[in-house]
Structure formats: structure tokens, C-alpha cells
Design a protein around this ligand. Structure first.
Ligand code: ADP
Ligand code: ADP
Length: 227
């Protein structure tokens, strides 16, 4: 039941102008199907790099990476990703932005449109479906970005500091909503955060990346009471 499996992963960023950066070295990691795992660690330890490699948008230097039973060589349709800052298309309305994964994967628009509207409601964006991104605050755009990652009900959800731009209250509210969505759908989640309380609140397991480039320092098992 290992739904995400990382073995001997190395990542080196090379550029002509500077020394190579060893962002990740010798990472071993697995996530079970339906598990919610948080990745914490100081800035620059390679959290974002790890997530982008799982998402298939950054190539690895060495090692094997399997997600949902497949070797990752590019973005997989089973995977949804939430970025640190929402990257909504300015010329499309909020609901049209949320629907992007549905269109890219040529799923039935009528079925998923309803889900899109429901998700927008869940994150407090009722009545904003027809607005354009510039008409919403940064935090609201970020919440729309979370809906976009969830709309096609991906088996695996990767989130990179999704609440970074939100104020404390919205953040708390989003945590509760996120827990509900995650438990409803049985998604496998990898959640990158710098907030230990948030990691503890949301996760089954917490993975700590050490300050030395990339090495997984510890895997902390957190027993979360199940509803
Ligand atoms: P974190 O998310 O934990 O802050 P990152 O994965 O963003 O860490 O970065 C890990 C290391 O890789 C850092 O030293 C960072 O400067 C470097 N790095 C990240 N992205 C790039 C890139 N595109 N080119 C070169 N170096 C990078
Ligand atoms: P920020 O991104 O500035 O932290 P939030 O996303 O937390 O802001 O939004 C705070 C609240 O302010 C929202 O829930 C919403 O009710 C209101 N709000 C902010 N911007 C707008 C807007 N452009 N139109 C309508 N309401 C807005």
C-alpha cells in the first residue's frame, strides 16, 4: 500500500554561473495510500524541491520516484498540486480557473462544474465564481488555487505551504475544511509547511528534513484521533 515511494533520491541544481547546489541527497521516503504526511524543516532544506519532483515538474538527478504505482517522469493526472502562491489565469473567472484540470484531462465538465462550485463554497468563496482573480484578495485567490487542485478529485494531493499567504483566522478555518475534504475523499496527501502545530494538527505522520541538504532527519509518527 505504498502509494508514494522515494528511493535514493538526489537532486543537484547546476548552473553555469555558480557552484552546483545539492538540494536533496539520499532521500528515502514512503507514504501509504490514504495517509496525510507533513514535511517540515528549515528554509532551504529542499521541501519545495522534493514536492516538485513528486509532482513531475522538476527532474531528479538520481534515484527512483513512484507515485500511484507509476514511475514519475512528468506530471501525472492522478496528482493535484497547490503552490505557495496561487497562479490563477487573470483572463479567466474563478470557477473557470478551478475547472482547468478538468479541461486539461478532458473530463465531463457538467459533472465537475458542480463539484467546483461546492468546493468554492467550502472555502468561503460563495458568490465569487464569476469574478476575476484581480477582484479577489491574495488569500481568496490562494483558496481558489486549493479548489483547483481538488476539483478532479486527485488520488494524490501535493501542497506547498498552501496557507502561507493567509491570515491566522482564515488559516484555521482552512485547516478544518481541509481535514474534512481529505477524510471524505481518502486522498493521499503530502503537505509542506514551516508550521509544526499545523503539521501536528493535520497529519498522520511528520517527516523532518534536516538542515544538511535534503537528508530526512526523522520520521515522527503522530497518532491522530480518527473520527
Ligand atoms: P525549501 O522549500 O525547504 O525552502 P528548496 O527546495 O526551495 O527548499 O531549496 C533547496 C535548495 O535548492 C536551496 O539551497 C535553494 O537555494 C536551491 N534551489 C531551489 N531551486 C533552485 C533552482 N531552480 N536553481 C538553483 N538552486 C535552487
Ligand atoms: P488577505 O488575502 O488580504 O489576507 P483574506 O483572503 O483573508 O484577505 O480576505 C479577508 C476577507 O475580506 C475575505 O474573506 C472577504 O470577505 C473580504 N474581501 C477581501 N477582498 C475582497 C474583495 N475583493 N471582494 C469582496 N470581499 C473581499
Amino acid at each position: 500500500d505504498r502509494w508514494i515511494e522515494v528511493d535514493g533520491l538526489h537532486k543537484v541544481y547546476r548552473s553555469r554561473r555558480s557552484e552546483p547546489t545539492h538540494a536533496l541527497s539520499d532521500i528515502e521516503l514512503f507514504v501509504r495510500r490514504g495517509e496525510f504526511v507533513s514535511v517540515v524543516g528549515p528554509s532551504g532544506c529542499g521541501k519545495t524541491t522534493l514536492l516538485k519532483i513528486l509532482a513531475g515538474i522538476v527532474p531528479r538527478s538520481e534515484g527512483t520516484v513512484r507515485v500511484a504505482g507509476r514511475e514519475v517522469t512528468g506530471p501525472l493526472p492522478e496528482v493535484g498540486m497547490v503552490f505557495q502562491a496561487a497562479t490563477l489565469l487573470p483572463w479567466r473567472t474563478i470557477v473557470q480557473n478551478v475547472m482547468v484540470p478538468v479541461e486539461v484531462q478532458k473530463l465531463d465538465t457538467r459533472v465537475y462544474r458542480e463539484r467546483a462550485e461546492r468546493l468554492l463554497g467550502l472555502v468561503g468563496l460563495d458568490g465569487f465564481a464569476g469574478k476575476y482573480p484581480h477582484e479577489l484578495s491574495g488569500g481568496m485567490q490562494q483558496r481558489a488555487g486549493i479548489c483547483r487542485a481538488l476539483v478532479h478529485d486527485p488520488a494524490v494531493l501535493l501542497m506547498d505551504e498552501p496557507f502561507g499567504a493567509l491570515d491566522a483566522l482564515t488559516r484555521e478555518h482552512m485547516n478544518v475544511e481541509l481535514l474534512r475534504i481529505w477524510r471524505e475523499s481518502g486522498q493521499t496527501v503530502v503537505f509542506v509547511t514551516h508550521s509544526i502545530p499545523e503539521a501536528v494538527l493535520l497529519s498522520d505522520r511528520v517527516v523532518v528534513l534536516s538542515p544538511r541538504p535534503g537528508r530526512v532527519a526523522e520520521i515522527v509518527d503522530i497518532d491522530l484521533p480518527r473520527p
